[in-house]
Write a protein of this length. Structure first.
Length: 272
C-alpha cells in the first residue's frame, strides 16, 4: 500500500462516528425543540418564500402569534389571507394537530391563493380554503378558537362592511375564543376622516367596532410599532413598503422608514 493510501485510511479511522443512540438522541432533540417552540419551528419551514421571510423584521410573526395565544392544536381562521404571508406560517403550525381555515373573498385573490395552496399539497393540503361571506356559513358557528386578521380592518372601514364582518367573527368563535387584529395605526388626535382613505385607523375605532359586536378588549402589544412612521402620507399607508406607491421617488427614504406603525390588539368573545 502506498503512503497516500495509508494516510487516507488512518484519517478515516480517526474521524468520530456517532453511535446509533447518539444519532437518535439528535433526532429527539430536534423533535423536542419543535414541541417546545412550535411557532419558531413553523417560521423555519423551508416552504416559506424568501421575500416573505425578509419581512419578518417588520411583522414579528413569532411574537404576534404568541401574543394572540395561537397553539398547534387550535381551530384557527385567518380572514382575508390575500397572498398568504401568514398562511405560510399557520399552515405548517396547524397541519398535524389543528384545523386551519383560510377565508378569502371570491375573485382573483381567491384564485391566486388557491393556486398557491394547490401547488404544494404536502404543506397546504389540510388548509380549508373557504370563500368569505358574512355570515361565514362555511365555518361552523362557535367552533373557532382564534380568528386572525392582519391589516384588513381598514378595508372594512373604507368599504362600509365592518359591522357585518365583526358580527361574522363573533359568530364563528367559541365562547372564550380570541380575535387577534393587526392594522395600520392612526394617531388619536388626527381627523377621523383620514380613516376612510389613508389605510390607517385609530385604536379607539377598532376597539369600538369590536366591542359593538360583543367582544371584550383583552390588551395590546407594541411588538409591531414603528415610531418612524408619521402616518401622514399623501398617498396613505401605501407610500411605505411593501407597496411603495411613489415608485422610485424618495424610495430610499421610505425603505429606511420601513413598514407602517401597527396596532396589535387582542379581544375575547365572552364566555356567556
Amino acid at each position: 500500500m502506498n503512503r497516500l493510501a495509508l494516510t487516507g485510511l488512518l484519517l478515516a479511522a480517526a474521524l468520530p462516528i456517532l453511535p446509533l443512540a447518539a444519532q437518535q438522541a439528535g433526532h429527539s432533540d430536534h423533535a423536542a425543540h419543535m414541541q417546545a417552540d412550535p411557532i419558531g419551528a413553523a417560521l423555519m419551514a423551508p416552504t416559506r418564500t424568501p421575500e416573505n421571510v425578509a419581512r419578518d423584521k417588520y411583522r414579528h410573526p413569532a411574537e404576534t402569534l404568541k401574543f394572540f395565544g395561537v397553539t398547534p392544536s387550535q381551530t384557527v381562521v385567518e380572514y382575508s389571507p390575500a397572498g398568504g404571508w401568514y398562511t405560510e406560517i399557520l399552515a405548517p403550525l396547524l397541519k398535524d394537530k389543528g384545523t386551519f381555515y383560510a377565508a378569502q373573498g371570491a375573485g382573483a385573490g381567491f384564485d391566486r391563493l388557491k393556486a398557491k395552496l394547490d401547488a404544494d399539497p404536502a404543506t397546504y393540503g389540510k388548509v380549508k380554503l373557504v370563500p368569505w361571506a358574512a355570515p361565514l356559513a362555511a365555518v361552523p358557528a362557535g367552533s373557532v378558537d382564534t380568528l386572525l386578521t392582519f391589516r384588513n380592518v381598514h378595508n372594512m372601514v373604507m368599504g362600509g362592511t365592518e359591522a357585518a364582518t365583526f358580527k361574522a367573527f363573533y359568530d364563528v368563535l367559541k365562547p372564550g375564543g380570541t380575535l387577534g387584529i393587526v392594522d395600520h395605526r392612526l394617531p388619536e388626535d388626527r381627523d377621523a376622516a383620514q380613516e376612510k382613505s389613508s389605510g390607517y385607523l385609530k385604536v379607539s375605532t377598532v376597539r369600538r367596532l369590536a366591542e359593538a359586536a360583543g367582544f371584550q378588549y383583552v390588551g395590546a402589544s407594541e411588538v409591531n410599532a414603528n415610531p418612524k412612521d408619521t402616518a401622514n402620507w399623501e398617498k396613505g399607508v401605501w407610500t411605505l413598503p411593501p407597496v411603495l406607491r411613489n415608485g422610485e421617488v424618495d424610495k430610499a427614504k421610505y425603505l429606511a422608514i420601513g413598514e407602517s406603525d401597527r396596532m396589535t390588539l387582542k379581544f375575547r368573545k365572552p364566555l356567556k
